[in-house]
Ligand binder design. Structure first.
Ligand SMILES: Nc1ncnc2c1ncn2[C@@H]1O[C@H](COP(=O)(O)OP(=O)(O)OP(=O)(O)O)[C@@H](O)[C@H]1O
Length: 270
């Protein structure tokens, strides 16, 4: 995408806020369309640094689109994206992305270690030989997600949860400052979910920023510090303690959130 479709002429104040260098990701007036239909409309969002942030909203709300537009993988109709106060071109190396598992071609013939080494290519350059140090960094990333024994396996032969861990290892190998994850817990068992959340919390404790699309509303308060609610438009954002309210959820999900789920969230203190 044209990463900074500057709206300064019409939205000068917004541009200043989006440029906040302390925020790992700030978007202003982001509109994205597939054909005529906007998937996101004039969305503003500012995520805090050194925190775990959740993006929540119903199916089709534009959550994946938000991450892809933030990464410049799909074009925006209008709006501005700032990463640590910079445009994407300057900040791209600071971002690691774990796509939705369903969007990846797992039949691609490649080994686990090669997938993780892809996370090092920005440092390596595509055609340089992989040094022992690079391989050690990739092996270390695999160990951090509990997959050290799988380095030489074909990626297509792994279970869904194992594939998710390998993609997380690839992101870790990038040594980024901002980690964007699209539904990292989708289809994984409880042990893998725990392993992934432990890795993400370790990143946060080292001062890195994590932003994840998340579907399980019952774990938002336990896992995340900050929440951004979206349904085509921005529906709310802020610390989980104050922004993740039944009212905000009702606004975001409309009739699609069952009353029982809202009751559960009240019981968990959200
Ligand atoms: N490549 C595409 N071409 C056309 N429409 C698309 C495309 N990708 C997404 N959409 C549409 O854009 C809207 C937002 O999709 P998106 O995948 O961003 O939603 P989401 O909130 O991530 O949904 P989910 O929770 O189901 O993963 C949906 O209406 C979807 O059908």
């Amino acid at each position: 995408m044209a990463e900074t479709l500057t709206l300064a002429a019409t939205h000068g104040a917004r541009t200043d806020r989006a440029a906040d260098p302390a925020s790992p990701l700030a978007v202003r007036g982001l509109t994205v369309s597939y054909g005529d239909k906007p998937a996101l409309f004039s969305v503003d969002a500012t995520f805090p640094a050194g925190a775990m942030s959740a993006i929540v909203g119903p199916n089709g709300a534009g959550k994946s689109t938000f991450l892809k537009a933030a990464l410049g993988l799909i074009p925006a109709v209008s709006g501005e994206v700032r990463v640590f106060g910079q445009g994407l071109a300057a900040a791209r190396d600071r971002i690691a992305y774990v796509p939705q598992r369903a969007s990846v071609d797992w039949d691609f013939p490649t080994t686990v270690i090669d997938v993780v080494l892809m996370g090092r290519y920005r440092r390596l350059g595509l055609f340089r030989r992989v040094s022992r140090a690079e391989r050690a960094a990739a092996t270390d990333a695999l160990a951090r997600v509990g997959m050290e024994g799988f380095a030489d396996r074909q990626i297509g032969q792994l279970s869904g949860g194992q594939q998710q861990r390998v993609f997380l290892a690839r992101a870790l190998a990038q040594e980024a400052d901002l980690y964007l994850l699209d539904e990292p817990f989708a289809g994984v068992d409880a042990a893998t979910e725990r392993a992934i959340i432990d890795v993400l919390k370790a990143l946060k404790s080292q001062g890195q920023s994590v932003i994840a699309v998340h579907h399980d509303l019952s774990t938002v308060a336990e896992y995340f510090d900050h929440v951004f609610l979206v349904n085509v438009r921005a529906m709310g954002e802020g610390p989980v303690a104050t922004a993740f309210t039944p009212e905000a959820l009702a606004r975001t999900y409309g009739g699609r959130l069952a009353a029982t789920q809202l009751d559960q969230l009240r019981l968990t203190g959200a």
